[in-house]
Write a protein that binds this ligand. Sequence first.
Ligand SMILES: O=C(O)C1=C[C@@H](OP(=O)(O)O)[C@@H](O)[C@H](O)C1
Ligand SMILES: C=C(OP(=O)(O)O)C(=O)O
Length: 426
Amino acid sequence: MSETSLPSVIALSPVEQPPDATVRLPGSKSITNRALLCAALADGESTLSGVLFADDTRAMLGAIAALGAQVTVDEAAATVTVRGADPRLASAPVSVFANQSGTTARFLLPALALRPARGVLDGDAQLRARPFGPLVEALRTLGARVEEPAEAGRLPLAVTGPVHGGRVPLPGHLSSQFLSGLLMAGPLMRDGLAVELTSPLVSVPYVTMTAAVMASFGVQADGLGVAPGRYRAAEYAIEPDASAASYFLAAAAITGGRITVSGLGAGSLQGDVRFADVLERMGARVSRTADGITVTGGGPLRGVDVDMADISDTAQTLAAVAVHADGPTRVRGIGFIREKETDRLAAVVTELRRAGIDAEEHEDGFTVRPGRPAPTRFDTYGDHRMAMSLSLLSLRSPGIEIDNPRCVAKTYPGFFADLSRVTARA
Ligand SMILES: O=C(O)C1=C[C@@H](OP(=O)(O)O)[C@@H](O)[C@H](O)C1
Ligand SMILES: C=C(OP(=O)(O)O)C(=O)O
């Protein structure tokens, strides 16, 4: 059941017995999109394995082709070969459509600014509503011409380089993707790059991930800056997606079952593996090996008070777990997720309340109190993480339906099929 065969509303039924399963999830969206871009900027031919094929990574595949990379895809084998091209030698205008993908858009704009020709970047309505202002200002400071034909700081944007690089102030409180995008383009800037953060950085582990992927392609970055240099082609194996893993680990905690996600070992590059730590604090048993994470539920789940600024893609997952705890859960530090695919704080609280759950929105997060979800058809607001998180409420409660389940195609087209398989439902 890929997203193309999903109905417009999906009805989910409770599990008959607690699952006991091992699952290997599709590749990490974040690592796939970094590796594709580094490979596209590298000298020579790279081979990526474990590649995620979903709307967000297809957007990046299209974008790197526009940058001049030669791309060969073997979807069945989950591999992509990329022959890089130096964007500084480009002369033709290009146009890139990032669809709904924040990573594609925020990583591409600085790469387009390396080109001495005009590059237009656009996305769908959801992405047009998300902020780009800090990146526009930074690229202007670094020497690019940026046109904002619609609204200031919003897509569509047109950028003409080349940027010369150097020192640049950048706010960190809205998104880490601006910094990651600048860093990845940084080595190809004449003067390299030195970023001075003007506000605290959110989603910090993603910047560590950026530096790690860059290092695999031969460039050392320190998280705030990088010297001029060239990427080298590499053979690169992409880990499974840790944000996607949160739904399965949560399912084990909610049902009292046992689920192992393989391929996400102790050395994972993804901060979202730390979602398992939150489940552990709630009372689930967690074991971590070199090759995977296992969560075993069973006992009561305690409510927690937790800052999720580092792992905010798993906040909605936690909201679903919190419904099944024995005390309130307060999530902090994530005001910035109001600017993701939707206002995720408002969306998750609104939908839980529609199911009769006592939930409250705060400026920087939410509180969820335990309860029994009433039969509800949930709205997803076109947000894949709303669809995947709210579907967890069906594990122990009848009558749960998800409207527009196809939005999972953004990062995980096979989500509902995998969830059914792992939780042993028809
Ligand atoms: O760099 C990345 O790969 C990502 C960074 C995070 O975004 P923000 O930095 O905007 O919080 C995260 O939510 C997104 O899904 C992926
Ligand atoms: C916020 C997300 O994606 P992006 O910012 O890459 O669009 C996400 O995957 O939850």
